[in-house]
Ligand binder design. Structure first.
Ligand code: RIB
Ligand code: CA
Length: 314
């Protein structure tokens, strides 16, 4: 049975690949895409989700915008990595993407799906957790309709936006705290896992050799992403963070997991947004999440590249 999934994202180059993976693989039933402010404004991330679905021929998946800011404070932005559009690199032009946005906002769309879908739904979050937290706060009566929450965010070690905090969590630490405390099963893929999946020149040339317009778009996205990751972080090759979430749902054997207590730092003057993952059980806190650790990197890329092939050949 395909896993019913709602993607909540902030496309974003790596979010875009996660949309492709979710739409292409038969193990996933992509029910909806909701967008959030993160890598760019929610207007831009919504437009980018529509652009990706239009180019990839992903039809009939409702796309709805969510929060334009975190639960508290002002939004951060990721233009240093994803560019002014949030999806710089390819020339999408100024035409309106063919795929429309849904008339509802994200909260209403997800509420309607959770109320009506015949089975509990998996929420996959690859941006700040503002929308997911808002849903949990606004509709506690629907919590049991959430099968689990699989998210890209945090780290068992260093951050990438401050030395302590990863971008998605730092954008909205209060939202992350609500998610990790919500009581539904949470699976976290942090930088310790996502930094293992680098888009190397070999990977890029495997995608290029598919020879389709979608493959060319993916190469343009990865080429831009590699440039900013080299410039900002000095990385030789960029990590494709977000698709670890859907890859895990497709094949749970791809990434090892450990159960551990995860605490989000809210008050630290220098550590706000850190995810403190108690791998050694020294805090005595109960485990509240599964945490991704070791990735089968070739297996991940085989899945990801096959998704680009399948959609590109349609
Ligand atoms: O820190 C990496 C995360 O921040 C990814 O989800 C990327 O898309 C950005 O949102
Ligand atoms: Ca993202």
């Amino acid at each position: 049975m395909a896993v019913p999934v709602i993607l909540d994202c902030d496309p974003g180059h790596d979010d875009a690949f996660n949309i492709l993976l979710a739409a292409a693989h038969p193990a996933i039933d992509l029910l909806a895409i909701t967008t959030v402010a993160g890598n760019q404004t929610v207007e831009s991330t919504t437009l980018n989700a529509r652009r990706v679905c239009t180019v990839a021929g992903i039809e009939g998946v409702p796309i709805a915008p969510g929060r334009d800011r975190p639960l508290h404070g002002a939004p951060l932005a990721g233009e240093n990595i994803h560019g002014d559009s949030g999806l710089d690199g390819p020339g999408f032009g100024d035409d309106e993407p063919r795929v429309p946005r849904d008339p509802r906002d994200a909260l209403t769309l997800v509420r309607d799906i959770l109320r009506t879908h015949p089975a509990p739904v998996t929420l996959v979050a690859t941006g700040p957790l503002s929308n997911v937290a808002t849903l949990l706060l606004a509709h506690p009566e629907l919590s049991h309709r959430i099968e689990r929450i699989v998210l890209m965010g945090g780290s068992t070690g260093r951050g990438n936006t401050t030395p302590a905090a990863e971008f998605n969590i730092l954008c909205d630490p209060e939202a992350a705290d609500i998610v990790f405390s919500c009581g539904r099963p949470v699976t976290m893929f942090g930088l310790n896992a996502t930094h293992q999946v680098r888009a190397t020149p070999e990977i890029v040339s495997r995608i290029a050799s598919l020879g389709t317009p979608l493959a060319r778009l993916c190469v343009e996205l990865l080429t831009y992403f590699a440039g900013t990751y080299r410039e900002v972080y000095g990385f030789e090759t960029p990590p494709l963070h977000d698709p670890l979430t859907v890859a895990h749902l497709i094949d749970p054997s791809l990434i090892s997991l450990v159960r551990a207590p995860v605490t989000v730092e809210l008050a630290g003057a220098h550590t706000r947004g850190a995810t403190l993952v108690d791998l050694d059980g020294v805090t005595g806190r109960p485990a509240n999440a599964e945490v991704g650790m070791e990735v089968d990197v070739p297996g991940f890329w085989d899945l990801m590249i096959e998704a680009v092939r399948v959609l590109g050949d349609r």
